[in-house]
Design a protein around this ligand. Sequence first.
Ligand code: FAD
Ligand code: DHB
Length: 390
Amino acid sequence: MRTQVAIIGAGPAGLMLSHLLAREGVESVVVECRSRAYVEARIRAGLLEASTVDLLDEVGLGRRLHAEGFAHRGIYLHWPGERHHIDFVDLVGKMVYIYGQTELTRDFGRARDEDGQLLFYEATGTRLEGIESDSPSVVFTDPAGRETRIEADLIAGCDGSFGPSRESIPSSACQTWEKHYPYSWLGVLANVAPSTDELIYSWSPEGFALHSMRSESVSRLYLQVGPQAKVEEWSDDQIWEVLARRLGDGEGGWHLEAGPITEKSVLPMRSFVMAPMRHHRLFLAGDAAHIVPPTGAKGLNLAIADVALLSEALVAFTKGDTLLADEYSERALRRVWRCTHFSWWMTTMLHTSGDPFEAELQRSQLGWVTSSVAGAAGLAENYAGLPIGY
Ligand code: FAD
Ligand code: DHB
């Protein structure tokens, strides 16, 4: 089989890329190792930046998001005895949106169905061949056991942090940076109305907590836990007790409403960047090229920003103009490093290590960010999102 762009991975990066390419008349085939049901049910991100939403609107994918998602003016920063609202609209004129990655993935899936997109789910043994030649291919075994080869002009590696694309690039041809943080997040989904109108990021001496949401009746909450923590070690009662303490239940009359927990998972935290994000005919986008810790909600938004740049580059490439393809990695990495810094900064400001000196620095930083317009505007500009072409 032959196509113009072979895309590996049907996460947000891969699906959005195939959507953007189709709009410009460029044909692609998507290869995904999981089932469609699994991909569409995977609970992950929930916060979209203004520029992500603008792009989704522009390409006809924003309708359900505006009908069912929540537009937020800002976030709360909380620490014992203090709760401050950072108003992004006042500070930088932008809103952010709560809309589950599950919902977005379903919207992408529906749009790809309407376009008749060729997608292979449950592919095994996916490998890349000839990426240094002018006719690379992606080879995999389909669920019926047939080996399938897709010959392409270009390959887009959108296969997340454990996919084969990044692994196909020789280590002599790239540089990587990595940082592991000494904590993880325990994330829960609960059938209870959110106890807040906008997200609460909370510092407490015993660790970080985040109150997010998915709908009028579903809350999403996260707790800083030890790096080796396991889901089984945390009972539902214990999770609610710790959340209540860290989020300031009872302070100023605020109350955290508990409810049945329907999903629990542990998320290790690391930063990772690989450069360049291209090797000959292979282009990387999203988590395949970089990982950020989740504080600040940049992962999904970065994946979308990457493919916005990549689609332009690939469209031009198919018409014989290679300039944007040559510039892709450098342009994408500018934003990647900005978001890598912001995610690291939010993470280190809000997570506790037990070091009393660091705790005082964190409280000082929180005090400054919430009392200085310049401090708050810096957070707002990074959180609500820089323009796609930043
Ligand atoms: P992925 O979503 O990982 O997609 C990659 C796809 O490639 C997957 O479907 C995978 O199955 C497939 N694949 C892997 N290997 C192969 C193979 N061998 N062959 C074929 N296919 C393969 N980001 C935000 O912006 N905001 C948030 O609020 C936020 N919260 C998060 C909360 C949690 C708990 C987690 C885990 C992540 C969160 N993120 C958030 C990060 C965000 O979910 C990711 O950055 C985003 O999914 C990246 O999209 P992607 O398409 O690059 O990669
Ligand atoms: C969510 C996740 C994040 O990492 C974050 O910073 C904000 C919101 C969420 O899943 O809703």
